[in-house]
Design a protein around this ligand. Structure first.
Ligand code: BTN
Length: 259
């Protein structure tokens, strides 16, 4: 086992950010870091505060799914107070930051799958859950929740489907979670600040999506559609070319790549 402390001191030490990760609270165990972060945001936590858990007992995924994060994984949530116009871009900021950090620390190549998965060799290594509270045209808070399978023996978790991967499985050795977290927070801040400069974050995200141009099965709510994933828009939505030639815009959903 490598020495791999995820204490607040280990994360903030040498972290060259202005605000993301300058305030960190680490817990040995939490039901969900997103829930803890929301509570902290409601009490006025500083922007960029990060909540980390060594283990989550009721981690939440998108579309009411569960998210397993046993010891050895990264489970963290970042508190932000963005303008309303930034909300659709937070998923792009988070996925790009995760992809960059994995590549920087491990040299592994990552892919992004619409809307919010980071894959390695086609298998999911990270999930992202962005939640926000909006009143009128003002965002009270937004929380970016990130779960990464780092040093996980996935054979111990056969219940996870589709079969995921972990950084240690791909590399054949354990990885420093501290390095991944520091790189991730640094990148997330750079990308978040870049949102003020227009759409370059959207373009980077779009250009990394493995989904585009592929035959997919898309689900949105209870409905399921098949077609070619043709394009994405700056609001994060996916346009699906259906077999009858019509174009369907999917705002919230999931896709499975089809052969
Ligand atoms: C998904 O792929 O469905 C999203 C998974 C998001 C999991 C992370 S782990 C940290 C944060 N806390 C949670 O309860 N969920 C997110």
């Amino acid at each position: 086992m490598i020495e791999d402390s995820l204490s607040a001191a280990a994360i903030t030490d040498g972290l060259a950010t202005r605000f993301i990760g300058q305030e960190v609270t680490c817990y040995p165990r939490l039901p969900s870091t997103n829930d803890a972060a929301k509570r902290r945001a409601k009490k006025g936590a500083k922007e960029g505060t990060v909540i980390v858990a060594e283990e989550q007992t009721a981690g939440r995924g998108r579309i009411k799914r569960r998210w397993l994060s046993p010891p050895g994984s990264i489970a963290l949530s970042i508190i932000l107070y963005p303008p309303l116009a930034y909300l659709p871009s937070l998923i792009m900021v988070a996925s790009l930051a995760v992809a960059h950090s994995i590549e920087q620390v491990t040299n592994l190549k990552t892919q992004l799958k619409w809307p919010n998965d980071v894959l390695i060799n086609g298998k999911k290594v990270c999930g992202i859950l962005v939640e926000s509270d909006v009143r009128g045209d003002k965002v009270d808070y937004a929380v970016i929740g990130i779960g990464i399978n780092v040093n996980l023996k996935l054979s111990e978790f056969p219940q996870i489907t589709p079969v995921p991967t972990s950084l240690s499985r791909e590399l054949g050795r354990e990885v420093s979670r501290r390095e991944v977290v520091q790189s991730l927070l640094f990148r997330a801040e750079k990308l978040y600040l870049a949102l003020a400069d227009g759409d370059s974050v959207f373009e980077q995200w779009r250009d990394r999506l493995v989904t585009l141009g592929k035959k997919v099965q898309a689900t949105s709510g209870d409905a399921s559609y098949q077609g070619i994933a043709e394009s994405v828009a700056a609001d994060g939505s996916l346009s699906l070319r259906q077999p009858d030639g019509s174009l369907l815009k999917i705002v919230a959903g999931d896709v499975t790549l089809r052969r």
